[in-house]
Design a binder for this molecule. Sequence first.
Ligand code: ASP
Ligand code: MG
Length: 418
Amino acid sequence: MSLIVMKFGGSSVGDAERMKRVANRVVERQREGNQCVVVVSAMGDTTDDLIDLSKQICSVTPPAREMDMLLTTGEQVSVALLSMAIQSLGQPALSFTGWQAGMYTEAVHGKARITDIQPERILKAVNQGNVVIVAGFQGMTTEGEITTLGRGGSDTTAVALAAAIQADVCEIFTDVDGIYSTDPRVVKCARKLPEITYDEMLELANLGAAVLHPRAVEYAKNYNVPLVVRSSFNHNAGTNVKEEAAMEQGIVVRGIASDKNVARISILGIEEKPGQLAKVFTALAKAQIDVDIIVQSGIMNGQADFSFTVSLTDKDRALEVIQGIRSEVGFREVSSQENLVKVSIVGAGMVSTPGVAAKMFEVISDLGLSINMVSTSEIKTSCVIDNSRLNEVIQALHTAYGLDTDQTVYVGGPQDRR
Ligand code: ASP
Ligand code: MG
């Protein structure tokens, strides 16, 4: 008998029919002799619709506390309906809100981190033979305030809960068959990965692969929770996410991701003296702006140039911040560039295989494109390039690293991006 956490995303419970399908799936699993704890997201686009509704009421940013109060209702609808669906199949079930399930978070609205889980109540219900259904994405502070975990946060609820109750596995059900080498909508012969390491998955999740929430992967890694990503619409084997994963022979790159949410900012003719970079990046950090790739070019006549990337949404604010410290820092000019994309290759084997990055540069230049910026870590290489031919670049890299399969994958239905 195994204790299993099963998480179903918004599109998997998008309407009553789908909800019933999920109920069947859970009951099937329970009747195989397992104990199931289910985490669900809000149905379909509910969260987006609730956000739209709040915008119709408020002309300015709505109060964060009330926003959490509003958004957590989405998941509560799901748990109640799923519990009803499971009970109508003759299987005892009990639904719980995040706070009833003992999910405690820090006192931050909109993007709280889980601080503690007190699972006694749900464990008792499980041991009495119930399927337990917990609302994803929500928690409570020690003061009794309702919080949410950030968009896509139900994955984190599931993994954290799995860690807290020491589940044998946490299964993330979604509308794709697993983790692919790259987006199968872009590369028709993308391959489904039988397994992937936590570190690789974390890179891919952070680099724009939307299948799993990065914080959930972080949690899984820290608590060594075995994760499986699989389809809620079929019984195909999914992708196992774990500490170590076998590499197919001759393959070093596990996956390719891309992120269009990048802008480059260049500061030209900055006076070269100690502490200059610190001033710029401290000012940006104070404004809560995350900086990604930083490149400094050579020094000439006591002046240096450097560039860095920020997310597109932070670009204008970053420019304001830089202008604001102009007199303090001293530079000739600041400029920015959009229409860029960051393409990344990820693979745990890269660190011990020479020439992996070189091949990436070659593939991109063979397409006649120049590379604006590069960054590397032990298991990834990212290049910032013009975004106009992104799909071609991804396809060419996919082929060059031997990732193409001869099967065309069919991915139907709406993407479960949350
Ligand atoms: N319903 C929330 C969202 O749409 C949380 C989730 O789906 O994971 O972001
Ligand atoms: Mg999701």
